[in-house]
Design a protein around this ligand. Sequence first.
Ligand code: F6P
Length: 331
Amino acid sequence: MTKKNTLKIKKIGVLTSGGDSPGMNAAIRSVVRSASYYGIECCGIRLGYEGLINGNVVEMGPRSVKNLINRGGTELKSARSAEFRTVEGRQKAAETVKKYGIDALVVIGGDGSFTGGMIFQQEQGVPFIGIPGTIDNDIFGTDYTLGYDTALNTAVEAIDKIRDTATSHNRVFFVEVMGRDAGFIALNSGIATGALDILIPEVRDNIEDLFATFENAQKNGKSSSIVVVAEGEKLGGVYDLAKFTKMKYPEFDVRVTVLGHIQRGGTPTVADRVLASRLGLAAVEGLMEGKSNVMAGIQSNKVVFTPIEEAIKKQNEIDKDLIKLADILAI
Ligand code: F6P
């Protein structure tokens, strides 16, 4: 069913902000084409809020987003803008909004980007809807964020390869995956690759427990091990973990791999492309219906809108059953 443009929005500006994630391009495409479908003009703001401050704006139409759905990164580029945190910066941004006749914004990004949009709306009265774009999957109000599925698949592919060499040499590998504050990538990639242990920021880990896990593994006849560690894990980084393990077990052949930004790039998976497409349309229709200061997300495979304040303040909880699952299957 097509929607009514209750707010009489004539032009939407779309931007990507914060860390890029695969699927952002598919979301831009969806916003631009959905807007066009409803007779709404669209422009892209380059380099996130920086572009809004500097008037870095490009007009966009259905043809300008061709061949975009399959591309990683963000065609509009992204940045973390310090100036947008200042009133002066936001005033400059408001001038750009006025100059280009932008009635509302779609902000594709994470917590920080949404906070910026919320303050901008409160101060300058520019309606906005957020689309959660981050590989970390740590945004409340959606089961999945754009890029998470792709990043997981990238991590799993890499860890599978590490397993080959770990097994061939009877080695212990500590593999660091991304997740500054959240262990979703670590937990799920760890389960999918059969990791011996998974260390995440949400769980208070203890080095003695890790050592006990190694000893059990030895007793159970395991000759190589992979420990997946989230970047934000509190016990210490992968290098310290490797050092302490080597001190305790000099006979272990220990290695470290940090997967890093490889997880942020690459062709988005089907799940990310479809999610991005759905949320792009939802954001446009939401704005038309007068929604603002909300995030479009997916819950139980249905599009839902969550107040931005909640999306920012609340945390996506780690599923305890998955932690138990990982422990049980690692015997
Ligand atoms: O927010 C996503 C994320 O990938 C985090 O997991 C990571 O800590 C961070 O971005 C690194 O971002 P950058 O190198 O762009 O500062």
